[in-house]
Write a protein that binds this ligand. Structure first.
Ligand SMILES: [Cu+2]
Length: 67
């Protein structure tokens, strides 16, 4: 079953931020798509069997804090 998790990441502001987050999050098991909304500072992750701690850790690994 597919699900979507949305995180608010206030510090994202440009395509480099977007690329950094995608680079860390996309390889995670079950992740099918990562959408970064720079205007609203949101990261939407869709996939199967997503685990919140792993996604948060990946965003952190990219250098960003989840609000
Ligand atoms: Cu940036």
């Amino acid at each position: 079953m597919s699900e979507t998790m949305t995180y608010t990441v206030p510090a994202i502001h440009c395509s480099h931020c977007e690329a950094a987050i995608k680079r860390e999050v996309e390889p995670i098991d079950g992740v099918k798509s990562v959408e970064v909304d720079l205007e609203h500072k949101l990261v939407r992750i869709s996939g199967d069997g997503l685990e919140d701690p792993a996604l948060r850790a990946a965003i952190d690994e990219a250098g960003f804090e989840v609000a």
